[in-house]
Design a protein around this ligand. Sequence first.
Ligand SMILES: Cc1cc2nc3c(=O)[nH]c(=O)nc-3n(C[C@H](O)[C@H](O)[C@H](O)COP(=O)(O)OP(=O)(O)OC[C@H]3O[C@@H](n4cnc5c(N)ncnc54)[C@H](O)[C@@H]3O)c2cc1C
Length: 292
Amino acid sequence: MDGYHIPSTLDEALDLLESYRGRARVIAGGTDLVIQLRKKEREAEALVDLSALDEYKQIKVVDGTLKIGSLCTHSQLAGSSLVKSAAPALAEAAASIGSPQIRNIGTIGGNIVSAQPAADTSIALTALGANLIITSKDGLRDIPLGRVFTGVGKTALDPTSEILTEIHIPLEEGCISSAFKRLSKRKALSLPVLNTAAYVHLSEDQAYLQTVRIAAGPVSTVPWRADEAETSLKGARISLKRIREASDLAAEKASPRNSLRGGAAYRKKMVGIFVYRALKTAIENLGCDLNG
Ligand SMILES: Cc1cc2nc3c(=O)[nH]c(=O)nc-3n(C[C@H](O)[C@H](O)[C@H](O)COP(=O)(O)OP(=O)(O)OC[C@H]3O[C@@H](n4cnc5c(N)ncnc54)[C@H](O)[C@@H]3O)c2cc1C
């Protein structure tokens, strides 16, 4: 390797990337990249380590948007009272990643850019309707998360010239909540058989669903939205029956593949069960008694 650089400003990081003309790559926690470099699945002549860019390790609410620096670790997100209250699905997703050691060093930015279809934070962020702020020498790009993923391990972001700096989650006014549900073989150090997340925005009287977003993975090559199930719940009166029907619809439309971590038929069935649990918890988080 030609060099390992630890810039102290974003401009310096971008200058370094530019000077290597595509031969240097960004590294954050290194929990994915170091393994990939060792296995020769990725190549880089130099690494630009972002760990000194403290500005992007912050979580704040500005003008109705939850702004999360891309260098926030999973431990930071899981323990943040701001994330727990404004975007519980994300706090729960971050808490379920790997082990304490991985959560202490792995970042939300790295989890997104690694672009695995069931990456825990990506599934939660998909349901939360997040946008990514991507910075390069040409300026800023503000892109909906769903437009960034292009395939397994692939994104529309080039880590040899661009840096994901922030993740923005819009906080709609009113009764909003979210939940994340994970199916895995063990509670720790186990990649998910299935991840699901749900976001709900209820009417003021908490009788109707105004907006619903449902995400799941691995169900496709990218984090998947259950569009038909979402549409079926828009404006619906809240009841366990409606939630069950929508969850069944999500399972019907999902087409997961067979893999080592779970067969396609099993995963498809689990989509229905875990989407149901995510929707129910998100609604119950707002104090609604669904059994009443
Ligand atoms: C034992 C183990 C268990 C794991 N368990 C889980 C799990 O349960 N769930 C899960 O989702 N993942 C898991 N992972 C994967 C990994 O820990 C996460 O994806 C982590 O969040 C990656 O973040 P990082 O900061 O380490 O990224 P890095 O390894 O530093 O980088 C990953 C990729 O993103 C790029 N990149 C990083 N930051 C930026 C940025 N700001 N801008 C542009 N490009 C960037 C890098 O160039 C690289 O391509 C596990 C990994 C290990 C080793």
